[in-house]
Design a protein around this ligand. Sequence first.
Ligand code: E4P
Length: 215
Amino acid sequence: MKFFIDTANIDEVREANELGLLSGVTTNPSLVAKEGVSFHDRLREITAEVDGSVSAEVVSEEVEGMMKEAKELAAIAPNITVKVPMTMEGLKAVKQLADLNVKTNVTLVFSVNQALLAARAGASYVSPFLGRLDDIGHNGMELIAQIAEVFDRHGIDTEIIAASVRHPMHVHEAALNGAHISTIPFKVLGQLVKHPLTDQGIEKFLNDWNNAQSK
Ligand code: E4P
């Protein structure tokens, strides 16, 4: 499973990228709004930093508007992936963008059927939202496992991005259940690195080392 970071904050993108493990970035309108910057300028900064896929979401609800936005976004950099909502109009845009060889990420996926439709329309990625399903008492991880099974059984190469990740167990289980990618908030990335036994171990090694030096 690969790692994307789910943020529009350039400092977070840069710090995550320094770790050498980042395969891409996902943004959404809420994340961009939080930054208070020009969307296109921020995408220019992110795509200059990261070689992998950078998802940028359209906000139009009709296919014509989506296509206009998508073409402007795709012109920013070759690694832009156009993020499209899981609607009838979104699927039409996915098909048209696939014909133009523009990568797409179908977002707000909450069922196996939605994932299958998006894949068959030509989506490069589908994004099932784990956390938001968990929030309403459904099992987000079960959805990941089922999409992975269906894609595998039918030879579909659309990649599954585990999205709406809230904590380290989501990441661990997404990897076990067949997600190709987990897109994680910067805070969760920090939580993945940490383990209390690692911290204790470092402290003990340093103490032993310093004690030996003072002898
Ligand atoms: C990913 O592409 C989505 O933008 C993101 O994971 C949504 O997460 P949230 O449900 O925490 O807003």
